[in-house]
Design a protein around this ligand. Structure first.
Ligand code: ADP
Length: 325
């Protein structure tokens, strides 16, 4: 365990031989199932995350993302399936797996009675790390999180963005190989989100594996090497963001806004391959948007945006536009 303090996250050769980890996926999930009250909320999920990559698990509220991640971490007992985390079977060897894992939970659960340093110290002790080793790492961890000099800061004096970054620093206290991040930037302002993205990219450059849930499609598109979309407990697609956009969506989108937009668009639906209407916005999905763009000047009072298709278009096509609570 002491090697976790000072090492660069690399397993010792003895560990590798003992666990047969070499070349194994950081996380592999096969046939995962979990029911609550007779309802299957994870209904046979399979995916695998290669080491050193960022994997995104996307899905509407209630899709089963948190349950899936909790099963992977050994925090929820699955009803069926196989999980290997960092080469260790979960839940059988969940404690050994978690020693090499960091977690940024959806809601910050820092201790409000402690300073920034004390939060890191107490968390490090859960991993059996010696105080001296944790203290030696604290300045670098806070610096990484953009909190240099905040060792003695009380939690009440930190902004929401600072607390989120402290939670990230805390997740790194054991120098994990794999970091789980459950909606790491929800509630943050754009500056704070960009800072977190930049830090997550640094972690990837260090060879760490990231497993991310997010409702921000731009975040997923920017960070994830591969991602899966989960809905009603099942994976409905998986691939690299660009691959998914190319596979599921026409390349160009024209969004037309205004009270008259739905009626105007419906009368001209032949100008695009696909038309979707949501409120006062019409979304034309086109292989070639030129004929539609040529027709738009004759529509006074309508505003429009012409853009490339993105991951949000894929997500909405696959999971629908109805609200999920
Ligand atoms: P997501 O993270 O995608 O929003 P969750 O995994 O949190 O989805 O939830 C999936 C479904 O499982 C939801 O319908 C939720 O109400 C239900 N659920 C999650 N945890 C529990 C629990 N401990 N007891 C009962 N139902 C649960």
């Amino acid at each position: 365990m002491a090697a976790l303090i000072s090492g660069a996250g690399a397993a010792s050769m003895a560990d590798i031989v003992a666990t047969g980890e070499t070349g194994a996926a950081a996380l592999s999930v096969r046939g995962l199932r979990k029911s609550y009250g007779g309802q299957e909320v994870v209904a046979g999920v399979d995916f695998s995350v290669p080491r050193g990559t960022c994997f995104g698990l996307l899905g509407p509220n209630g899709a089963g993302k948190t349950t899936t991640l909790r099963c992977c971490l050994g925090l929820t007992a699955p009803d069926g399936g196989e999980i290997a985390l960092g080469g260790y079977p979960v839940p059988a060897a969940a404690d050994a797996a978690r020693a090499r894992v960091g977690v940024v939970p959806q809601f910050d659960n820092l201790d409000p009675d402690f300073t920034a340093s004390e939060n890191l110290l107490v968390y490090g002790r859960y991993f059996g790390l010696a105080d001296a080793g944790i203290r030696a790492r604290i300045p670098a961890l806070l610096d990484f999180a953009g909190l240099a000099g905040k060792e003695g800061a009380r939690l009440q004096t930190l902004s929401g963005g600072m607390k989120r970054r402290l939670t990230l620093a805390r997740a790194l206290v054991n120098d994990p190989d794999i970091v789980f991040l459950d909606e790491p930037t929800t509630g943050l302002d754009p500056q704070a989100r960009h800072l977190i993205w930049e830090r997550l990219k640094r972690l990837m450059a260090q060879g760490k594996t990231l497993i991310l849930t997010t409702h921000f499609m731009d975040e997923a598109e920017r960070l994830c090497d591969r991602l899966a979309v989960l809905d009603h407990g099942r994976l409905i697609t998986e691939g690299a963001p660009r691959e998914l956009i190319a596979a599921h969506i026409e390349p160009q989108v024209v969004e037309i806004f205004g009270d008259e937009a739905p009626a105007w668009a419906k009368a001209r639906r032949a100008l695009g391959e696909r038309l979707e209407v949501a409120g006062d916005t019409a979304f034309f999905y086109c292989r070639d948007a030129a004929p539609l763009l040529a027709a738009l000047p004759e529509a006074p009072g309508l505003r429009y945006a012409h853009r490339a298709a993105n991951l949000e278009d894929v997500f909405l096509k696959l999971t629908g536009r109805e609200l999920r609570d």
